[in-house]
Design a protein around this ligand. Structure first.
Ligand code: LLP
Length: 420
């Protein structure tokens, strides 16, 4: 278990708050975040980049868009990488400066481009010639010039799960490297666009720096070629993707290793670098607190531990076969081998099979670890379950930072037409 979530007097705490107190006050399931962990991660990532000249760190809002989480990061001097109008509104609501917001995404709609222009965001990461032309026309009609970079697809295998790989030629993201110079020439000539550089993002939960280094080197060669063609290149956006350890004993490159590699590869680029980290900032800063509904005897001798959290609350195991640590809030010391499942009516609602874990009983509290990234934000209300709430801990105090949204509230937004 990560340090902000540690056993004290035999009971798991988030900083100075016993998790049992949060379960008592808010109920379960509930996401619990540690402010200290968020701040430590934000500082560590920035420290890793200390050798660089004034980089922009734009937190990938998709990893955890909770307003309180964004506020913590804004106070750490972070900007935001957004991929929808909704994320853009959140970043602004958290007080992030428009100039520190970059807008990524392969399918920005006309309305979203207009919103970005209206709010005066710092950078559009253009993912296609078509998007570039559309943005240019919208900006020109407003009499402004949109600051933009071209996202390229470097065709590098990030070595991560297929569903979160974004830098292979067959992936939908960015512009093929070979086409980039011609597209850049065309877009740079359009009134309405202030083309100023290049961008990439090759995937998430990268366990190895080599693919990143390979992609950055390709970006560096493109940057040199664009300059040779007469373009003024002042910015390069290196995306996010740095992974975190999920399994016991797993070793991953630290932000300092990443920063050292970046400094080496980008030496002499003479640009302002942007980074879009998500998971590495929030992943280990959150847990999903859950209560064991009952322990049911299984056929293969292994019990099914049925918890009150489900795939609608934490989708990563069902979607990517992801591993999340499972630990009792008050461990007895006894260990079992169990299947850990939620109450939803499909087999995909399985957190782990044959997992060695703390022995738990009906009514016990437990946590899924490293759930701060891509957790609550991917929650749904499937099986007409409530939308999971979120809590932020700060020392010995805590606050509900997202309410549990009850099925009644969700039903209230539905209508039965009067012709039924
Ligand atoms: N920038 C762009 C353009 C991205 O698409 C992403 C993530 C990031 C930055 C942040 O990547 P990070 O530093 O968090 O790896 N739901 C999946 C992860 C999807 C990531 C999508 N893009 C999961 O739960 O593993």
């Amino acid at each position: 278990m990560n340090t902000p979530f540690a056993l004290r007097g035999g009971a798991l705490h988030a900083e100075d708050v016993p998790l049992a107190a949060i379960a008592e006050a808010v109920g379960t399931p509930v996401y619990v975040y540690s402010r200290a962990a968020l701040e430590a991660n934000a500082a560590a990532f920035r420290a890793g980049l200390a050798a660089l000249d004034n980089p922009l760190v734009a937190f990938a809002v998709k990893a955890n868009p909770n307003l309180a989480v964004l506020k913590v990061l804004q106070q750490q001097g972070y900007g935001a990488d957004v991929v929808s109008g909704g994320e853009l509104l959140r970043a602004l609501a958290a007080g992030m400066a428009p100039a520190d917001i970059v807008f990524s995404g392969v399918g920005k709609t006309r309305e979203e481009l207009e919103l970005g222009l209206a709010k005066g965001i710092g950078q559009f990461n253009i993912e296609s010639r078509e998007e570039g032309r559309e943005l240019a026309a919208l900006a020109a009609a407003r009499g402004v010039s949109a600051p933009a970079v071209l996202r390229i697809n470097p065709d590098v295998d990030a070595g991560t799960h297929d569903k979160i790989s974004t830098g292979k030629a067959e992936n939908k993201f960015g512009i093929p490297l070979a086409l980039a110079p011609a597209f850049y020439d065309e877009l740079a000539a359009l009134p309405g666009l202030a083309m100023r550089g290049v961008a990439l993002h090759i995937g998430s939960q990268l366990a190895d720096l080599a693919p990143l280094e390979q992609a950055f080197a390709k970006l560096g060669r493109l940057l040199a070629a664009l300059r040779a063609a007469g373009h003024a290149i002042s910015h390069a956006d290196l995306g996010g993707g740095l992974g975190i350890p999920y399994q016991p004993g797993e070793k991953l490159p630290a932000p300092a290793d990443y920063g050292a590699m970046v400094a080496r590869v980008t030496a002499g680029w003479d640009v302002r670098l942007t980074f879009e980290p998500g998971r590495v900032i929030v992943g280990n800063a959150g847990v999903l607190l859950t209560r064991v509904v009952r322990v049911k005897q299984g056929s293969a001798g292994r019990p099914f531990v049925v918890v009150d959290a489900a795939m609608n609350d934490l989708a990563r195991p069902a979607l990517y076969g992801a591993y999340h640590d499972f630990a009792a809030v008050r461990p007895s010391g006894e260990r079992i081998e169990a299947n850990i499942v939620g109450p939803i009516c499909e087999t995909g609602d399985t957190f782990a099979m044959g997992r060695e874990c703390d022995a738990v009983q009906s009514g016990d509290l437990a946590v899924f670890g490293n759930a701060g990234a891509y957790g609550a934000t991917m929650a749904s209300t499937y099986n007409s379950r409530a939308l999971v709430p979120e809590v932020l801990v700060d020392g010995s105090r805590f606050a509900v930072v997202a309410d549990r949204i009850a099925p009644e509230t969700i039903m209230a937004a539905e209508r039965v037409p009067d012709w039924l």
